[in-house]
Design a binder for this molecule. Structure first.
Ligand SMILES: [Zn+2]
Length: 448
């Protein structure tokens, strides 16, 4: 190993690996070579060379956070939508996907991706409209993506008025766009396109079966909203006499390549079906809480379902989100339990997400041979002292703003808290301009 020259070498760090075999390593070195973790653990031999050597004393390194369910364009309703009581796509009086033009989509996508990246997400699973444009825009920042078009055959323009009308032409258009996106990014190591089937109430039975066929043929991961609202539950029951989970099962979509977002309104039977199928739950605790809802995560866990974490339309701080996941589970348990400890929510934010998207062999933990996707945090700040239990500090008092450096595939994408590939102020200014236009279109005065 002495002959190795690392591309990047962190020395004397505290590593929170998310690897159950060796969860915390202190006074450890981490070396990166050709985008992979090539040294992990004790001090590298004397004379080891590195193109870039970083003294990580007082710093904590973690795997990059895997944020599997976001809609960056919906940054446009920040500060408003969370107080209206329901998901933006269903809510009247605010800008909607179909109103967003490609230029606005690009600006908002970069804002969302930049926010997530600066807070330590090395992967973002974004889906919405204009995914061709938003994927290009987000990829410019260098982070890993699992993007998708929002695939549905309901006419969303009518849903906010309470009408669910299925139009095969819309289904054909959104699914075709999804497959074209997959074709466009085929072979790119940082971009793996998914099929974001919006929800069971917004996709007809026939369309769900068609998507299942495509997923089977292509092996693509299907990302959906599942048990998101009472409206969904009621609509699906009225249409099919079944639960959303049962309809997914009947359609051939309930399997280990399915990620269900929210998972609030599920029965015990639904959870048993998900567990049997190996389907994954995407826990979105802050969005749920902001709308007065709580996903039954203790029950999901007892059922044996793998859980990932995601910020959805809320601000993209996965560190804060771990705290929400822990607190909301404990509220439901009514006490502190062995099943809900910092290591469990940390796993959800990293390895659990990697499993859900089928990439756990490559990302999600700090381990030899895995992709060098990692985050360096400044633990010298007052709220992170003392360093008795660094993982406890990270989960209970850490913040996205403690992130100093973010690395993907060994490439430094954030340094000293700033992006290396784009100008932060230009990204913010472009997004601000897009929102000024979009809010103007719905007749709402912009604040400045
Ligand atoms: Zn969503």
């Amino acid at each position: 190993m002495a002959a190795t020259e690392f591309d990047l070498l962190f020395t004397n760090a505290t590593l929170l690996t998310a690897d159950p075999a060796q969860p915390t390593l202190r006074h450890a070195d981490l070396g990166v070579k050709d985008g992979r973790i090539a040294w992990l653990g004790g001090t590298v031999p004397e004379g080891t060379r590195a193109r870039r050597r970083i003294d990580a004393s007082g710093k904590v390194l973690t795997p990059g956070f895997v944020n599997v369910h976001t809609h960056a364009i919906l940054s446009m309703v920040r500060g408003v939508a969370a107080d209206l009581g329901f998901a933006p796509s269903y809510t009247p009086g605010i800008p909607k996907g179909p109103q967003v033009n490609p230029e606005q989509a690009r600006a908002l996508a970069q804002l969302g991706a930049l926010e997530a990246l600066l807070f330590g997400s090395t992967l973002v699973g974004d889906n919405f409209v204009h995914a061709d444009v938003t994927t290009e825009a987000m990829a410019e920042l260098g982070l890993r993506l699992t993007p998708s078009w929002r695939i549905h055959d309901v006419d969303f323009a009518r849903v906010a008025d309470g009408e669910w009308i299925y139009n095969p032409a819309i289904g054909e258009r959104t699914l075709r766009a999804g497959l074209e996106l997959a074709e466009r990014w085929r072979g790119n190591p940082r971009v793996q396109v998914q099929l974001a089937t919006h929800a069971v109430d917004t996709c007809s039975d026939a369309f769900l079966r068609e998507i299942a066929g495509v997923a089977e043929r292509t092996g693509m991961v299907v990302n959906t909203h599942l048990g998101q609202s009472q409206v969904e539950v009621d609509r699906v029951a009225a249409r099919t006499g079944r639960t959303s989970t049962q309809v997914l099962e009947d359609s051939g979509l309930l399997n280990a390549r399915l990620m269900g977002g929210h998972c609030i309104y599920l029965t015990e039977d639904d959870m048993a079906r998900m567990a049997r199928a190996g389907a994954h739950a995407v826990h979105i605790p802050k969005c749920n809480a902001a709308s007065g809802r709580l996903a039954p995560t203790p029950a999901l866990k007892r059922a044996g379902i793998n859980m990932a974490l995601a910020t959805d339309t809320q601000h993209a701080d996965m560190i804060e989100l771990m705290r929400w996941a822990l607190a909301t589970a404990r509220i439901q348990e009514g006490r502190v339990t062995d099943e809900w400890q910092p290591r469990h929510v940390f796993e959800m934010a990293t390895l659990g997400g990697a499993r859900a998207i089928g990439q756990a062999a490559h990302i999600g933990s700090l381990a030899l041979g895995k992709c060098a996707d990692l985050v360096m945090l400044d633990f010298a700040r007052p709220h992170l002292v003392p360093h008795v239990e660094p993982l406890g500090n990270l989960v209970h008092t850490g913040q996205g703003r403690d992130v100093q450096m973010v690395v993907v595939d060994g490439e430094i994408l954030v340094e000293d808290g700033l992006p290396t590939r784009v100008d932060m102020h230009s990204v913010c200014a472009a997004a601000e301009q897009a929102c000024r236009e979009l809010w103007g279109d719905v007749g709402r005065e912009y604040w400045r």
